[in-house]
Structures are given as C-alpha cells and as structure tokens.
Ligand binder design. Sequence first.
Ligand code: FMN
Length: 355
Amino acid sequence: MADADFLKKLGIKFPIIQAPMGGGLSTPELVAAVCDAGGLGSLAAAYLKPDQILDEFRRTRALTDKPLNINLFVGGYEIEALRDARPMLSLLGEIHERLGLPAPVLPTFPPDPFPGQFEAVLEARPAIFSFTFGIPSSDAMKRLKQRGILAIGTATTIEEARLLEKSGVAAVVAQGAEAGAHRGTFLGSFESSMVPTLELVRAIRPVVSVPVIAAGGLMDGRDIARTFALGASAAQLGTAFLPCPESGTPEAYRRALLSARTDTTVITRAFSGRPARGLRNTFINKLQGKEDCILPYPLQNALTRPMRTAAAKRNDAGFLSLWAGQGVTRARSLPAAELIQRLIAEMKEAGISMQ
Ligand SMILES: Cc1cc2nc3c(=O)[nH]c(=O)nc-3n(C[C@H](O)[C@H](O)[C@H](O)COP(=O)(O)O)c2cc1C
C-alpha cells in the first residue's frame, strides 16, 4: 500500500521521485514531464550558480505548476593538505592533446558555493529541497521550515539517517550501494558505507520515524515493490530516467547506457575526486593503479571538466563521466510520462495498491 499521507504531504500522486542529476542531465523538460505525470521531479542545482538556479527554476515553472524539488550538495569538500598535482596534470595533458584542448591548469580551491546557492533556493521557494554529502546547519533548516519548504536528506548508513532525522528532515533517502553517481556518505568511510539498497531500507526503517525513500539500482516496478515491502514510502530513481528523451544526456552517454550488456559499473574517484558509480571507460582504466594522483573533490571535478565537456561534444564516451547504477542493463528508452506509467503498472502487478 502506498503511503498516502506522505504523498499528500509532498503534493504528488505517485511515490516516484526522479533523482536530481547534475551537469545538465535533469533538464527543466525532464523535471516538468515527471511532475506532470504525477511523480516528483528534481532539479539538480549543485553545479549551478545562484542566478542559474533561479533561471532553471523559472524555466521549469513555466512548464509545470506541480510541486518540485531542488537539490544541492552540502559541503563534501575534503579538507586536507593538497597533494602534488603534477602527476595528474601530466596524465591529463596527454588526454587534452588528444582532444585538441590546451594544457590543463590547476584550478584554485573554490570556496563552498552552498551558502549562495541556498539563498537562491530560499528565494525560489520550491515545495521540496533535497540534499546530499552532509546536513545543512540548524539555522538553514529553520529557514526552510519558516518558508514551508520540506527538507529531504540522503543517508548511506543507519547513523546518517539518525542524524538526518534529528536535523528535522521530512524524509530520508536511503541511498544503497547500487546507486549511480556520487555516494552521499558524510559520516564514516566510503568503504564501510556500501550497504545494498534493500538492506539499507530494512535497517533504517525501524530507527527513524520519518518516511524512507529507497534509492539505488531500482529500474522497474518490481524493484520498487520490494523496497516497499521493507517499509519504503517512495523510490528515487536516477539511471532509469537518463535515457528519457527529455533528459540532457549526451548522445554518447545515452548509447553507452543502452548498450550496457553486463554490469560494468565501478566505483571511481577518477572524475571528481569523490567516489561515484559509473560505467567503466578509457579514463577510469587510465587511472587504474594511479589513484594516488587523483586530487580531492572538488578540485579533481574542476580539473576534469574541460575534458568531459570536449568529450561530450565529440561524442567520445571514453572521457565522459558515464554515471550509472547497477541496474543499468535494464534501462529503458521511454518518454518520462510513459516510464512512470509503466513503473506504476508494474508496482500494482507486484501487489502495491495505489489510491
Ligand atoms: C547521473 C546522475 C547524477 C546524480 N546527481 C545527483 C545530484 O546532483 N544530487 C543527488 O542528491 N543525487 C544525485 N544522484 C544520485 C541519485 O540521487 C540516486 O541516489 C541514484 O540515482 C539512485 O541510483 P540509480 O541511479 O541506480 O537509480 C545522481 C545520480 C545519477 C545517475
């Protein structure tokens, strides 16, 4: 049985959340299509400047009047002494030459963009604000509450879920080890926080009183129904929405997703400096055994951006970050509204009743 109270609180019809997907993937068109189909669409704002956040929000609002979510990264910077960047610059130099780019230069350690981005979120005033990599300050949580914005945080362990509940979130996303892209881990080590989605939902459900949203490797309604049987109230899917025509997925990335025949995803720090799951490709292979020269997040992320942008333009999947969850081989190329209808039909077939 779907959690009718939670759906009512979020203002949506179906317990399906399209995950925020940074880097231009979750476009206003995708978000609006999901919202109009009865799910919750999420704008990924972590890589956007405050004025870009407001602009994306307005563009989405022009397409739908349904409740929507804006998502940010809360910190996540590795505060550590900067390693010698020369080996990384030299390795990247060869790739830049191949892609016809000027030699890479080391970006300066950027200030945390969260405070400015957060002000833009407050100004946009979406129905929901979700976050990952940490927890906003109690003052920030208070300001969300004052504006009637529901907060949703990401947990990869029981301890993180407990802390999130204490901070006043309306729900916790249980991000399992199968999930595509960055790990949300913010307590303990990344290695010790790789709990499979079903196990994580089962573990978190009894220790928090707020609704649990399952995420990680969920591709069809049967997958979602399994998490509901363990107490999840909604499901957040990323990889499943990447092939939708409304998404901003570059062509080479789209092809790689739809042609993944076996599970070839790996957890890598190669692209951003922070562990994330994606399809193995040339760049990941090039850095294998050379993990020591990878710079911390967000420096590595900024450093590899020109390479990724050039690779997208050239349709070269070898040097793009091909983020994907472990369910990638079951990705379907369907318009977002149709995907949601199928997911709901499959959930019903699997015994989940909807109102
Ligand atoms: C391409 C991509 C980008 C993502 N970007 C974000 C993001 O900006 N913020 C966030 O909270 N989660 C992000 N996620 C993680 C999702 O919220 C979610 O945990 C994940 O997609 C679930 O696993 P799945 O991809 O197997 O469905 C991203 C996932 C993908 C696939």
